[in-house]
Design a protein around this ligand. Sequence first.
Ligand SMILES: [Zn+2]
Length: 260
Amino acid sequence: MIRAPVSIAQSWLSFEGHFAQRPFRRGAELIVPTDDAQGIYMQKVVSRPSKRGQGYKFGIFAGLHGDEEAGVLAVQELIRWANTHPQELADFELNLYPVCNPTGCDQKTRHSSAGLDLNREFWTGSTEPEVIYLESELRREQFHGIVQLHSDDTSHGVYGFVRGSLLSEELLKPALARSAEFLPFNYNAIIDGFEADNGIIRECYEGILSAPPEQRPRPLEIVFETPALAPLDQQVTATIEAVKTILAEYRTLQAYAADL
Ligand SMILES: [Zn+2]
């Protein structure tokens, strides 16, 4: 059967980008300009659940380091997936942020054009426009799950960081196993200077993109890393499959919890 193309009005996807602007100080007050003429455009695409307001709410963040392309491409594919197979995501509200560091991604640099590693700026009182926007999103949306996508050129294989809810580790484990069908697995005892256990690190750098400090209960938080020197298409596939595995496992665990 040939289906008619989905019109924008029927689509499950909504495009909710925002021009992030640098605040200025007036007296002791920090003021974000409301004029949208200038600023850094932050993309956001939302895939809505079939029953409004009833989906598991996840934020997927990529491109926080501008030289890590795999996550950015993977999120583009996830948007395509959400658009073509909405039934597979009917019980999720996916908030996709494909390019969290637009100036760095333009220049293919880890840091933003302001010369900062944005993934060390969160919840520190940063005045970087990208961070202010993403913090406001994290605070407003109160995600059940936060997934960050990265690539590491010092790692030969996939690995990840967990924080927040204890569930994070239960979900990262199968996601790493799935992604290891496409890329090597990093079994080292020390990765990126941290103690690791089967590719899982339980500490994190300060200032990484994470849930607002006051959010309770703590959502699950996962940082997924591909080896940046591996072929890009394998990194993209591994990242897509890792995210899909995290979502599927989350659904299973929620259904199991509901049965208890
Ligand atoms: Zn990174």
